[in-house]
Design a protein around this ligand. Structure first.
Ligand code: HEC
Length: 108
């Protein structure tokens, strides 16, 4: 039988480490759907609807974060980024950070 201290540390490990990671993944995936990202960038950021739109899965977190902030602020702008800028009022800076972390964690 598993000793009680071991049982407690196993439970603590699950509650402190595994559940938050799982919760983050769930939140980010839900955000990605709710905030319409999926409409242009496709399922899990892997199948953009047009060849001119970027794949997002597996890119560096810091890069994704900067690009989203720059598109939101209008600092990055071109014929295509305008489409995305129009939905960026739907996401807060905290949500952008969650999305960047999640997208970076996906396989390409
Ligand atoms: C209406 C279509 C559309 C929607 C909706 C949209 N995007 Fe985009 N997104 C684009 C386009 C187009 C670009 C490329 C813009 C350019 O060419 O500069 C882009 C660029 C990006 C980039 C930069 C990628 C790179 O490789 O430089 C990220 C990150 C991104 N989008 C994330 C998101 C997230 C997260 C959402 C949801 C909150 C979202 N987008 C919603 C169309 C969209």
């Amino acid at each position: 039988m598993i000793s009680q201290p071991r049982m407690i540390s196993a439970t603590l490990f699950i509650v402190l480490f595994i559940l938050p990671v799982y919760a983050l993944a769930m939140d980010a995936a839900a955000l990605y759907h709710e905030r319409t990202c999926i409409a242009c960038h496709g399922a899990d950021g892997k199948q953009p609807v047009m060849d001119e739109y970027p794949k997002l899965a597996g890119q560096a977190e810091a890069y994704l974060l900067t690009q989203m902030k720059d598109i939101k602020s209008g600092y990055r702008t071109n014929a295509h980024s305008v489409a995305m800028k129009n939905v960026m009022h739907l996401v807060s800076d905290e949500e952008i950070a969650v999305l960047a972390k999640w997208l970076a964690s996906l396989s390409e």
